[in-house]
Write a protein of this length. Sequence first.
Length: 403
Amino acid sequence: MKVLKRQFDRTLRHTRRGSLVPAVAIAIIVVGTCLALVLDSLWLETASLELQHGCDAAALAAANEMVCDELLTPSANSEAIAARVRQQAANIAGHNTATGKPIIINPTPGTDVAIGRVVVTDKGGEPVFLETDSAPSSVVVLAHCDRRHGNPISLFFPHLTGHDTANIVARSEATVNNRVVGIRPLDDAPAPAMPLGILEIHSDPRRTDTWAVQIDGRQGQDNYKYNYEENKVELGSDGIPEIVLHSTLPGNEEEEEKRGNVQLVDVGTHLRTQELVRQIKQGWRWQDLQKYGSEFRLDKGPISLPSLEHIEGASVDALGDMLGKTRIVVLYRSTGRGLESGRTHAVVQRLVAVRVLHVRKNNSSLEMTVQPTVMATRTALADDTTGSALLANPYIYRLSLTY
């Protein structure tokens, strides 16, 4: 009986072992198929994320191109600007990939890049996108990785899904807003601003060296232009007026008609030369604005800043290194009584953006030529209220993704 029992047990064990083989094989196939589908799904998610990032970059670059210096000239061509905006989106997309596949955006009008502005409808007050080349404020971009454009995303396991490639598309919207109320540096990026104040207006009509006369009144000379292809300043006209800035010479502090039209302002530097030079070259950090809550706003009224009307030495050298660069500066309407030390204060009321065109280096004073420029920056603070009565700033725009 014992022998028979052992034979039965061996037979039973053999039968059980054989019956599990098909089940294990099926389980392996099922698990393998699931893993393959998961891998393809993760691959597509990665591709979609990279495509969205590339689309976002293209939209931001296109919106930035939309607000250009040409808007400050009497002969601004909206159609030419729109064409450059579309091409810029395509160019930036071409420098990005999604899982190794080139990202494609078609710059042809009516395809992948829509330019326009958001308007509020009469019915219901809902904001809608109005496509137009006239005074646009938004860009909507579609980016593709698909079979139609010849750049679909390859899949790892086509024999399981029946497809060796997949199509994906991304959409992004970027908007510029020039109802600017201030600037706020980011944690990882300073605001592109210099500690420079320019005289906006003067009570003495004989003082014509003001922003109001030279720039707003377009009475300034037009001797320089910026070559965007070679990134340098050249002699020549570009249709944008200029203003020549001159600091107060030592000894002229008490003679109002001889005082300069530019000052260095204290934005968290205590007017220390080393810190002023750092701000001229690198911009305003959020730490510089802790006194104001890490942001500099002018929508609550003018701000009086300690200032220095003697500009010389290292500060002049630093400004000379900024040739061709664009920066935000402040405008002041009134200033304190001049002191022999050159220290005074400036009452700041506006923010503008300028490009440095020429700096004549002098050990005892500053003479610098600048012109207004148009700048889009993520560090600008803007009033996003639809229909806001806040006056638009023609020089500074907030740049953001609005999707």
